[in-house]
Design a protein around this ligand. Structure first.
Ligand SMILES: [Mg+2]
Length: 216
């Protein structure tokens, strides 16, 4: 499964992988749903590197399915500092991802691309959230329109990365650090960036349902 699509690891330690090319009839950049991995799409396990501990979070899977249904690409953006800390390597990361993608497929959900940043927080690398590097790279690789895209994550730093990339909205997932980061997430709201922290999965499902790539 991990051999599907093109993947590369940049010099700065960023994993860039797109599973699908934009559809041939795509006209201009498309809105995307960026989704954090740990604590959002799968249960939070610090420095997860064993695929058997990978467990999907059901409402997040539903959100992915909903995005699939309306033709909005789903892009996973995940900090993986465990790699630069030397706790595990890209091979372990790929194994966890393979399990995740397989399980998602069984649930009728697909992700379009995956970006991961291996860097240690002390380096403050451009690709490490709260910096927007992964989102910017994803936009470039997949013809995405950041100004109409959203991000779903359990940490305020996920939403912060979205805001820094010029996204108009962030959705705080309730799992992982979602409760801890509620206030911090709210504090990011401004005229150009709105934040949803209440009943997030239901609200997101409804909002996705009302969207279509034909009328972004
Ligand atoms: Mg997270």
């Amino acid at each position: 499964m991990t051999t599907k699509g093109v993947h590369s690891v940049t010099e700065g330690g960023m994993w860039r992988q797109s599973f699908y090319a934009p559809p041939a009839d795509t006209q201009g950049p498309r809105p995307a749903l960026f989704v954090d991995r740990d604590g959002t799409l799968i249960e939070l396990v610090p420095y997860l590197c064993e695929s058997e501990k990978m467990k999907l979070i059901a409402p997040a899977v539903m959100a992915v399915r909903q995005a699939n249904a309306v033709g909005i690409p789903v892009v996973v953006v995940t900090n993986q500092s465990g790699i630069e800390r030397g706790y595990y390597d890209w091979k372990d990361f790929a194994a966890v991802q393979q399990a995740m993608v397989a399980e998602l497929e069984r649930a009728g959900a697909k992700i379009d691309a995956v970006y991961a940043c291996a860097s240690h927080p002390a380096r403050n690398a451009p690709c490490r959230k709260p910096n927007p590097g992964m989102l910017l790279a994803a936009a470039e690789d997949n013809a995405l329109d950041l100004s109409t895209s959203w991000i779903l994550g359990d940490a305020a730093t996920d939403l912060q990365a979205g805001k820094a990339a010029g996204l108009p909205k962030g959705w705080l997932a309730p799992g992982g650090y979602g409760t801890r980061d509620r206030e911090r997430a709210h504090a990011l709201a401004c005229d150009t960036f709105s934040v949803c922290t209440d009943n997030t999965f239901n609200a997101l499902a409804k909002a996705l349902n009302e969207r279509s790539t034909l009328a972004p």
